[in-house]
Each structure stands twice: as structure tokens, then as C-alpha cells.
Design a protein. Structure first.
Length: 155
């Protein structure tokens, strides 16, 4: 899978699972300047049509070892400077152990690898699903299958 194919998969996953909630998903959107003064292009921009709230999603897929490791710290710093909420999704076996640890520890990163054949939410999409839930206040996504705690009735 290429990086472009991964970004398309993430965009398709978001539309498939959350499109009925009133979001629009866009690819390759120019959004301000990066931390080094270049025109920034966001891989995926999710906009809730009614509230106009947005979530920027940068997508990083690395099948084999390469130069993406060097791009991750920059990507995280650039997302911090973004004036809308943002996240980097990542998947693939090509990240170094150090970068995987950095991504796992970052509140601005979410592992996500949807099953392209069915696009069903799963353990492999949970982190992105939770970010989307928090960005748009869709707590039912997080609470899926959970019951409210009840105070036991005592004797």
C-alpha cells in the first residue's frame, strides 16, 4: 500500500462509518502555513456540516524501513501549530521502534488500519474512532456496548 492509498483508505473509512452523522470528508486540502513557512496540505479534512467543527488527519503508512521516520517528529510539531484539531494516523511495519514508541505515546497520533474489504470498526481502528468521537462529541462511539453504572439497591 502506498501513502496515497492509505490516505484514501482512511478517508473512505471515515465516510463509510460516520458520513450519516453529517460529516464531509475532503482530501488534500490547503490549510495555512507549516512551521517552516511552506503552504500546508492536509491529507484528510473532516468537517461536521452542522457545527462546522473540523478535524485534520495526516496519514502515514510505511510498509518497509525508509525515510518516514524522519518525517514523524516534524508532522507532530506541525499538527501542534495547526489552528484546528489534528491527528496523525499511522500503520505499517516499516517504522523504527523509537518512532513507534513516539507515536504510541503521542496524544496527537492514532494507529489505524481499516479492513478495506468491509470497513467495519475494529480493534485496528479503535484509536481513530475515539479521536473522532472526542472531536465531534459522539460519545456513543466510545460507549458502544457499555451499560450505565447503577448504584446497587441496598437492604
Amino acid at each position: 500500500m502506498t501513502g496515497l492509498e492509505y490516505a484514501d483508505l482512511i478517508a473512505t473509512y471515515l465516510v463509510h462509518n460516520y458520513g450519516t452523522r453529517g460529516i464531509s470528508v475532503y482530501r488534500e486540502i490547503g490549510l495555512g502555513k507549516s512551521i517552516i513557512g511552506k503552504n500546508r496540505k492536509i491529507d484528510v479534512l473532516v468537517v461536521h456540516d452542522d457545527t462546522h467543527r473540523a478535524l485534520a488527519v495526516e496519514c502515514k503508512f510505511q510498509a518497509s524501513q525508509g525515510t518516514v521516520d524522519e518525517k514523524i517528529p516534524y508532522t507532530l510539531q506541525d499538527l501542534e501549530a495547526l489552528r484546528v484539531p489534528g491527528i496523525v494516523t499511522y500503520a505499517g511495519e516499516g517504522f523504527s521502534d523509537g518512532v513507534v514508541h513516539m507515536l504510541q505515546a503521542s496524544p496527537m497520533a492514532a494507529y489505524c488500519l481499516p479492513n478495506a474489504s468491509n470497513l467495519v470498526p475494529s480493534e485496528a481502528t479503535r484509536e481513530l474512532d475515539h479521536v473522532v468521537a472526542m472531536a465531534f462529541d459522539w460519545w456513543d462511539v466510545v460507549l458502544r456496548g457499555k451499560r450505565k453504572h447503577q448504584v446497587p439497591v441496598g437492604p
